[in-house]
Write a protein that binds this ligand. Structure first.
Ligand SMILES: O=C(O)CCC(=O)C(=O)O
Ligand SMILES: [Fe+2]
Length: 215
C-alpha cells in the first residue's frame, strides 16, 4: 500500500516553531518571550555565574577562531563556549530544546542545519558590541543567530544593553531596540541583519548566544 510522504515524516505541527518560521520569512527575525521557562532560565543563569566566578571566561575576540583579535573598542563582553557533549545537566537540557527546534527547521524549511555553536556571554557595566553582521570573511555557514537572555527579574530597561536590530525599510532602515528581558529569545538571519549591543549602563548583562550553521 502506498504511504503519503507527509505520513512517513510523522509530522506534528508545533505552533511556537511555526510562528517563529513565519516571522523569519516575513521580517528576518523573531522574538519569543517564553521559549525557556523561568526555572530553566534560573538554572542556566546559576550555571553561568558559577563558571564565571571560577574565572573561566575570556575576553571576547572578533574574527573567527583562527583569526581572533581582542578589540575592546568593538566589543567588551566575556564569553565561554559551551561544549554540548561535556556540558552540565542544565546545558544538556538547553541543547535538547535547541536540537528539537533544529530538527523541526530541517524538516519544514530544509535549512540544512548540521552544526551549531553556543557561548555564554557576560557584558559588565560599560561594555557594548558595536554594529556588525554575524558572518566572517570567507565563511557563510552561520544561518541563524540566537540570543537568550539570562538576566533576572530585577533587570530594568534603564540598565541599557538593548539589542538593536537594523531593519531594512522603505526609507532606508529602521532600528529596533530589544530589551534583554529574562527568558527572552531573539532569533535572526545571521547574514541579513546588522545589529549591535548598546552600552550596558548598570548591572551585568547575561546571555547565551549561538549560531545554527550549515556544514
Ligand atoms: O547579546 C546580544 O544581544 C547579541 C550578541 C551578538 O551580537 C553577538 O555575540 O554576535
Ligand atoms: Fe552579533
Amino acid at each position: 500500500m502506498e504511504t503519503q510522504l507527509f505520513e512517513q515524516l510523522q509530522f506534528t505541527e508545533n505552533t511556537v516553531y511555526e510562528n517563529l518560521i513565519t516571522d523569519i520569512l516575513e521580517k528576518s527575525y523573531s522574538i519569543i518571550d517564553d521559549f525557556f521557562d523561568a526555572s530553566e532560565i534560573e538554572e542556566l543563569r546559576d550555571s553561568l555565574k558559577d563558571i564565571y566566578e571560577a574565572d573561566c571566561f575570556k575576553k571576547a575576540a572578533i574574527g573567527d577562531k583562527f583569526n581572533e583579535e581582542v578589540d575592546k573598542t568593538v566589543r567588551g563582553d566575556f564569553i565561554l563556549w559551551i561544549n554540548e557533549a561535556e556540558g552540565r545537566a542544565v546545558e544538556r537540557r538547553f541543547f535538547n530544546k535547541i536540537n528539537n527546534l533544529v530538527d523541526y527547521l530541517n524538516r519544514t524549511c530544509f535549512l540544512g542545519i548540521l552544526q551549531k555553536e553556543f557561548h555564554y556571554a557576560v557584558y559588565p557595566t560599560g561594555t557594548f558590541y558595536k554594529r556588525h553582521l554575524d558572518t566572517f570573511q570567507n565563511d557563510d555557514r552561520r544561518k541563524l543567530s540566537m540570543v537568550c537572555y539570562l538576566n533576572d527579574d530585577s533587570w530594568v530597561a534603564t540598565n541599557g544593553g538593548e539589542l538593536t536590530l537594523y531593519l531594512p525599510s522603505e526609507n532606508g532602515e529602521s532600528a529596533l531596540d530589544i530589551i534583554p528581558k529574562p527568558g527572552r529569545m531573539v532569533i535572526f538571519e545571521s547574514q541579513v541583519l546588522e545589529h549591535e549591543v548598546k552600552p550596558v549602563l548598570a548591572s551585568e548583562r547575561l546571555s547565551i548566544t549561538g549560531w545554527l550553521k550549515t556544514r
